[in-house]
Design a protein around this ligand. Sequence first.
Ligand code: S3P
Length: 433
Amino acid sequence: MHFTVNPSNVHDAAVAVPGDKSISHRALMLGSVANGISDISGFLAGEDCLATLTAMKAMGIRIDQTGPIDIVVHGRGLRGLGRPENALDLGNSGTAMRLMAGLLSGQDFDSQLVGDESLSSRPMGRVITPLSAMGADIGSEGGQPPLTVRGSRALTALDYEMPVASAQVKSAVLLAGMYADGVTSVIEPAVTRDHTERMLGAMGVEVRTSGHRISMQGGQALKSCSIRVPGDLSSAAFVILAALLSDNAEIVIESVGVNPTRTGVIDILQAMGADISLENPRLLSQEPVADLRVRSSAMQGGVVDPGLVSRAIDEFPVLFVAAAAAHGTTRFSGIGELRVKESDRIAAMSAGLRSLGIEVDEFDDGAVVHGGQFSGGDVESFGDHRIAMSLAVAAGSASGPVVVRDTAAVETSFPGFTALMASLGLNIETNKA
Ligand code: S3P
């Protein structure tokens, strides 16, 4: 599958983007091991979260779909999951696999976790190491999927200083910690998204955060609750970028999650001169949300603060495009983690931007992007949803037509991306071949 994008501007509009991926995964997993029924509205019905949903059903959890983005999870308590008959296929989703490894470490049955080609080459040692230190027994192919989780291990609490800033690792350890004897603590080198802690709190679990240390006593029961999932800021970022790059556009994106552990992209874009304001701030379930008003802006390059990286980890493809459209050069550093995402995102974005006539100097843990004018061209997304969508938006302000290849993975996180962008005025077509 590929996109063909012709030069075009987006126009004034008010839109909503699909639900938050990180929160939707957690709602399914935590709802399944809570006592009672959890209503989840605004659920992201994208392939990644549907893989988690199918996995929870395979472990005996009843999940009813009550609307296109509304589901009801019939939780069976901490000890209520059953042994799945087959390997759990988590598709493209690193979040699903790493969190599930933590959850399954505490069960009394064996399980196997598999994924697609991209997921099968992603590092799992980062969760296997702390989970093994808790007493879990996890086999892998040299630190990569498939994972075999052997059950019926008595887990002990862990005090774990994470070597990488990763919400997936933190969450995997906390999920295993629910089954461990004693107080499990995770110390993060930099703040990462805290959706697990917030949702556990909403379900009645006492989780303490003190500076960079997060602690939780094992064995606490989870109470079911209603979860309203906000729009995903990581998906909103493509709409934000389209508005910024167009002439005279003003777009309001309604009800977007603005959890401060996620808003690095807004901070970085604002520092570059982007006109983005947060309106009507409020809480939706336990998460901060706002309506984002974005106006077309001339942006200026600069040095991106490496201290903001963990709060913007998924938005660097978008930020590379913003840097390419900005005046001057932009230096990104401390983003080595991008090399182990759904693709090597530093290499993928450098190659994509170069194909569109932009000069990029690539380093091990960063890049310098030289602002310029996008030309038409033919670019690869390496099967990575965020690369595909970032390059598609860049293509709208190119001087000629752009073909973006290998775009099927957009369905993992942003179902309806092309229809939404087309409704805003982006001249984009999906071609099946
Ligand atoms: C996620 C954490 C981040 C992020 C991913 C979602 C999560 O990964 O990139 O898209 O939901 O916990 P890392 O923990 O590997 O940084």
